[in-house]
Write a protein that binds this ligand. Sequence first.
Ligand code: BG6
Length: 500
Amino acid sequence: MNTDTRPPSQAAGSRATPPTFDLILFGGTGDLAMRKLLPALYRRFAAGQVAHDARIIGIARSALSAEEYATRAEAACRQHLGADFQDETWAGFRALLGYVRVDATTSTDYQNLAAVLKGREAITRLFFLSTAPDLFAAICKELAAVDIVCPTSRIMLEKPLGEDGESAARINDTVGAMVSERQIYRIDHYLGKETVQNLMALRFGNAFFEPLWRRGQIRHVQITVAEQLGVEKRGDFYDRTGALRDMVQNHLLQLLCILAMEPPATNAADAVRDEKLKVLRALRPIGEAEALIKTARGQYRAGIVGAMKAQGYLEEAGVDPASRTETFVAIKAEIDTWRWAGVPFYLRTGKRLPQAVAEIVVTFDQVPHSIFTGRFNSDPPNRLVIRLQPDEFITLRILAKAPGESMRLKPVDLALDLGESFKARPLEAYERLLGDAIAGNLTLFMRRDEVEAAWNWIDPIRAAWDADDDGPKAYASGSWGPSTSSALIARDGFAWHDEL
Ligand code: BG6
């Protein structure tokens, strides 16, 4: 097995030709494959990071020829790559594509796949399971039965990994019975985002943050991932899932881990994952008694988002008209460690909010004693805002003397636009994650214990909500969620960043 833990960019730089591989894409005609995975692979190919004898084999139930599959893939790549799509490059990329029709639960279909893979046992073989998670176990069982998982194989699992701790453990057991943990690549695409990795760079590449990054210096932290989109065409999936499982269990908790973890000794996979795990395990449990105080949940109604009319959640296709599924969550998380005791982390995510923005706001303590008088002379406190998307910038709010006779302080922002500073196209999350999986770098993938620790914290919240007679509170599309979200943070004497 390739144990190279260098990022692919470095690893590729030191190799004459990139390593070859077979990527077997279950869910090959699905939305993720067409919208993200194939365009990401195309980009890697265009950048010279995919070997010319690599193969990308789409797998799905539809009876398609390889030609028809390639035609679909081409249409998707043209649409999603825009001006980056080049006919000449496509011709080269097209040659890597294949297709095998497999019904995930039909054993005999796997013989056809085995025949296609025969003779290439020595090269890296990646099985990417981009299907509904309830098919993961069946697929693994069939792969094992036809004996096509070899020591060079890697299994990539797309989220959601189960719907609670129990089902996640079942999936992990099944996959773990077939391959070792070091062959399992559990995806949280937020970890592949350039901006999320920049959080690590910011914290661990700069000495001056560390002494401030703790209780006594930081008052509270807010993590917001807001979307303008509704449930789109995924009403049925979303209605069974909800924002807590869809976004908080994975993306928001991973952001929290990166913000709160202790400095790992190195950037190697297990060093980083050990530290993230400690954060997840130190999260104070939110049981039935606390859930109604420390969480707020909402469901969007009709409204206006970005000047467009949006229908309510209950009118969306695939959604139960009496659904109690939450499309908005706010949670007060507390981390019981020396570094973070007493520092609340407010997490918030929702659909149909006024802006599509992912942002971290770190509010520092006030000066212990202000020597100035008057409004703003010690308040607002310093605030670090890290915007992850749609654009990447960092601002540090400081107080400065306003020009004029009197000693009057005013807040001003030190602002850094990272897009402007580097002027380079950042890698898309899946480009990086696929590259890392091909190179055998596990740092940006979740380990079994991390996923299960995250569910351990989420499951009691879910159970408390299920036991509550009240469902989620309604909020108008285009608003920042139900009033209970503002009340949650106001109870501690604070406000959401956008409310200030
Ligand atoms: C996915 C969720 O994991 O993340 C979606 O299932 C959500 O509901 C998406 O829209 C958000 O990802 P991004 O990269 O657009 O912020």
